[in-house]
Ligand binder design. Structure first.
Ligand SMILES: Cc1ncc(COP(=O)(O)O)c(C=O)c1O
Ligand SMILES: [Zn+2]
Length: 366
């Protein structure tokens, strides 16, 4: 299978190699390969992980097998059936307790296949935890760049996997810049969930699983968004199903941001196709506290194409939503509760089938 990178800004095509993570023009890279036609009837039973869908990914045969930790195939269960049906997809039932394992498994499978000896990533916490675990699984050294305010429990997870921890007192953007500088200085693979498009080949399985569980697409998907790895992955997955004639229309994507750090919600409301960076005025939803999302144009376009919308939630609404979820038996981390807070503000209609992810476990945050 011939796979190449293609720049989302200028269209330049690049060979896939360890050192490439953005275009010379500064643009984000996407993957260019023959996606073929998706046939869910041909998806095998084994393995019971996201790699049941390996045929849809730009990996060579078996490249995933030294890397998998049994991620994916998470339950979809009914939360509420009046009016319409709301399902929760329990993505905190993952090896490192968040949905990021979907993307990290595929990204690290590729890093391993390319012969990486060391990877560097920057993260608000969960992506770093996932990269650290999968790097350990395939015996690749790893440094994770983080804020010094990252939840200590996430840092403890990364340390347990043997990652080098580089905590920085600065904005999320400062931390990414420090990681990128280290990548250049050390000449190692940048295992970025934001820049590296292999990550989205993993998160797209979120859509495939929902399709199988519902035997179709839901009307609506409500997702929390910071850098958009879940939102874009879900969008790409459903789009592949639609392009293959398996579903007739895309679910409406409703994106949730914390009001205190909502560059995408603001841009969407103003009808912009790019998002101006904002000042993060402080949110406990650390996973979506992204003031300048690098894939903003792609996220805004995806939400618009599906007829979706943005919802911003206040800190008090997030705290209340977390409490409410716990009282229903679901212990989710703050970022995931922000999404449920968005759901509570969303005007669901009577015949609407809706899915919300429970994307991170409660034990991960204070
Ligand atoms: C639990 C959880 N939910 C949602 C998100 C948002 O993902 P993204 O930044 O890729 O949009 C994150 C990101 O770290 C997260 O940890
Ligand atoms: Zn370019």
């Amino acid at each position: 299978m011939r796979t190449r990178y293609i720049c989302a800004s200028c269209g330049t095509v690049h060979e896939i190699k360890l050192s490439r993570w953005k275009c010379g023009c500064g643009g984000m890279l996407d993957l260019d390969f023959d996606r073929g036609n998706i046939d869910p009837a041909a998806w095998p039973e084994y393995p019971a992980s996201i790699f049941r869908y390996a045929e849809t990914m730009p990996l060579e045969h078996g490249e995933w097998s030294p890397v998998t930790l049994g991620e994916g195939q998470t339950p979809l269960i009914v939360l509420d059936d009046t009016p319409g049906v709301t399902y929760v997809k329990v993505d905190y039932m993952m090896p490192t307790l968040s949905f990021k394992d979907r993307g990290a498994a595929v990204l690290m499978a590729k890093a391993n296949a390319l012969g990486a000896c060391k990877v560097i990533a920057d993260s608000s916490g969960n992506a770093g935890t996932a990269i650290a675990a999968y790097a350990a699984r395939c015996n690749i050294a790893c440094d994770i760049y983080l804020s010094d305010a990252t939840s200590p429990k996430k840092v403890a997870q990364m340390k347990a996997h043997g990652a080098g921890i580089r905590q920085i007192n600065g904005t999320r953007e400062d931390i990414a810049a420090a990681a990128q500088q280290a990548v250049a200085g050390e000449g190692v693979f940048y295992a970025s969930h934001v820049y590296n498009p292999y990550f989205y080949e993993g998160t797209k399985t979120y859509a495939f699983e929902i399709f199988e569980e519902l035997r179709g697409a839901p009307d609506t998907l409500i997702v929390p968004v910071g850098n958009g790895t879940l939102l874009l992955g879900a969008y790409y997955g459903f789009k592949e199903l639609m392009d293959s004639g398996v579903i007739e229309r895309l679910p409406k994507i409703v994106a949730v941001q914390a009001a205190n750090c909502a560059p995408l919600a603001q841009a969407f409301e103003c009808g912009e196709s790019v998002a101006a960076p904002v000042q993060n005025s402080g949110t406990l939803a650390e996973g979506i506290a992204i003031a300048a999302p690098a894939r903003a144009p792609q996220i805004l376009e995806a939400v618009r194409e599906t007829g979706g919308e943005f919802i911003s939630v206040e800190e008090s609404e997030i705290a209340g939503a977390r409490r409410e979820m716990s009282e229903k038996g679901f212990y989710v981390e703050v970022t995931s509760a922000a999404n449920y807070a968005g759901y509570l503000k969303y005007g669901k209609t009577e015949d609407e089938t809706l899915v919300i992810p429970l994307c991170g476990a409660g034990i991960k945050s204070e």
